[in-house]
Design a protein around this ligand. Structure first.
Ligand SMILES: [Zn+2]
Length: 345
């Protein structure tokens, strides 16, 4: 049996210890190529002109030749107006990457010795960068689809006599949400030799109030090309896909894999990792950020065969290329910003 990828030396190309010990110059040199390709040819975040700006070496800042704006390596990015050293941000990203099932803000705050609120905002900035840079091109070929519910029922009353029938719609939790995922398979490798390219290739997620036919239809129309093959479970909600897709179902009450070889196990695999994060790490997920959490797991699933060094550079690059428009995380704990939930209904 092949060795699990995470046990191989190819999976380990990043050391959080080395990241924490980087000098100021080394940390700066690490970020420049990821943001602009080099330290010399930079892009002014104010006027957007790429040029050889004047470099103020003592402050590690540049001055734009066109608008006189002075900017640093993080200006205009999601890490703008930072108060911590670059090494702290890099270390937190390294810990975030190495947590295969996600990491709680509390653990990040203890690992990096920062306030819980700092760790919470920073981890959500990383999730925002992952969400904004995701590839929204429609999936095609063979696609597994499924939905799972979170926050399904309110806490049960202490006494059995006081408990309600939570199967009834009127007694269900108003915060109940459904996460729907679609995962495109890698094209079939006839020789089955390339174990790095088997399973799911790319995943797209969304949050809805119910797993209903109109929601499934809208999701598939937006995110899956017509005439693709879609594998689902026995839920009636997916019957709406029949006219436009090659629909295959497996009845999970009887089996997980049909005699014809139909499964939606890639979608189940996504939920498996998601629920491990929910129950084992974060314990609580606000509906406001449910899409961000689900998309984080989609990223981790899609890049499960990439080394942690590759993921570190990728996430860091995404953070540096995500703009800090409206300062939407600035003053979060002072309630200057109230984020809105993204939900299909
Ligand atoms: Zn400028």
């Amino acid at each position: 049996m092949a060795q699990h990828f995470l046990l191989t030396s190819k999976a380990r190309t990043l050391s959080p210890i080395k990241i924490a010990r980087l000098s100021d110059d080394d940390a700066f040199d690490l970020l420049c190529p990821l943001r602009w390709g080099s330290k010399e040819n930079v892009v002014c975040p104010k006027c957007g002109i790429a040029h050889k700006a004047y470099f103020i070496s003592t402050r590690k800042q540049w001055r734009c030749k066109y608008c006189d704006h002075t900017f640093s390596i993080t200006s205009g990015s999601i890490f703008a107006n930072r108060k911590r050293s670059l090494q702290t941000y890099l270390y937190i990203i390294a810990k975030f990457v190495n947590a295969a099932k996600g990491i709680s803000s509390l653990q990040l705050s203890r690992d990096a010795d920062v306030n819980y609120r700092t760790a919470f905002v920073l981890s959500h900035k990383i999730r925002k960068a992952l969400l904004e840079t995701r590839d929204l091109q429609p999936l095609s070929g063979e696609v597994d689809m499924d939905g799972t519910y979170v926050h399904p029922a309110p806490r049960k009353a202490n006494k059995k006599s006081d408990r309600l029938d939570y199967r009834l719609a009127k007694n269900q939790n108003p915060d109940k949400r459904c996460i729907i995922v679609a995962r495109e398979h890698y094209a079939v490798d006839a020789k089955q030799e390339n174990v790095l390219h088997c399973g799911a290739k790319r995943s797209l997620v969304m949050v809805a109030k119910t797993e209903s036919q109109p929601i499934i239809h809208a999701f598939a129309t937006r995110f899956v090309k017509a005439n693709s093959r879609i594998n689902t479970d026995e839920s009636h909600a997916y019957e709406v896909l029949l006219p436009h897709y090659h629909l295959q179902t497996v009845n999970h009450k009887e089996m997980y894999r049909s005699d014809l070889g139909v499964t939606n196990n890639q979608a189940e695999s996504f939920f498996s990792r998601f629920k491990r994060m929910y129950y084992g790490q974060t314990h609580k997920m606000s509906n406001t950020y449910l899409l961000n959490y689900a998309n984080e797991i989609a990223y981790r699933e899609d890049n499960r065969r990439k080394s942690n060094g590759w993921q570190f550079n990728d996430i860091l690059g995404k953070c540096l290329h995500t703009t800090n428009k409206n300062n939407e995380w600035c003053g979060y704990w002072q309630r200057k910003i109230i984020h809105q939930e993204v939900v299909w209904q």
